[in-house]
Design a protein around this ligand. Structure first.
Ligand code: AMP
Ligand code: ZN
Length: 143
């Protein structure tokens, strides 16, 4: 009630109980359920009940409601799976591999010796370019 919704959105349909999910947590603002295509055992999605496509479009107070639940949800997923660590990640926009355009946080529990890998091909920050880039971002932030 009071949330923006998109009648074509699969996660809105899940939030409205119109299609099933394997629910692990729910309150007025937030829903968490198991990913239907898990990357690792225990792969969990955390969504706001309201429809916001990306982080960039989500009101800070909605993000804060999710953030408040992330420590407890992450600890619960870790405890239930016997994992010691996790990735908490958001794909935000199609170019960043977002396929469902309703904001969602992935919780991916990790264990020592598991085989899951995220390619992390680190480059090297050029100091001149870094200074210019930081100035551009600061300018956008108005500071
Ligand atoms: P992303 O690529 O970040 O948009 O991730 C979307 C995630 O949603 C994928 O990991 C899918 O497996 C998952 N997903 C899509 N449809 C469903 C569904 N009906 N129930 C649970 N997870 C889903
Ligand atoms: Zn939606």
């Amino acid at each position: 009630m009071g949330h923006p919704t998109d009648s074509t959105c699969i996660f809105c349909k899940i939030a409205a109980d119109q299609i099933p999910c394997t629910k692990v947590y729910e309150d007025d603002a937030v829903l968490a359920f198991l990913d239907i295509g898990p990357l690792v055992r225990g792969h969990t999605l955390v969504i706001p009940k309201g429809h916001y496509a990306t982080v960039m479009e989500t009101p800070p107070e909605v993000l804060a409601e999710i953030a408040k639940r992330l420590p407890g949800l992450s600890k619960a997923v870790l405890a239930a799976t016997g994992a010691k660590a996790c990735h908490v990640l958001v794909n935000s926009g199609a170019e960043a591999m977002q396929s469902v355009h309703h904001l969602h946080f992935h919780i991916l529990p990790r264990k020592g010796g598991d085989t899951f890998r995220i390619p992390w091909n680190a480059g090297k920050l050029d100091s001149v370019e870094g200074t210019a880039l930081a100035a551009a971002i600061k300018g956008q932030m108005g500071c």
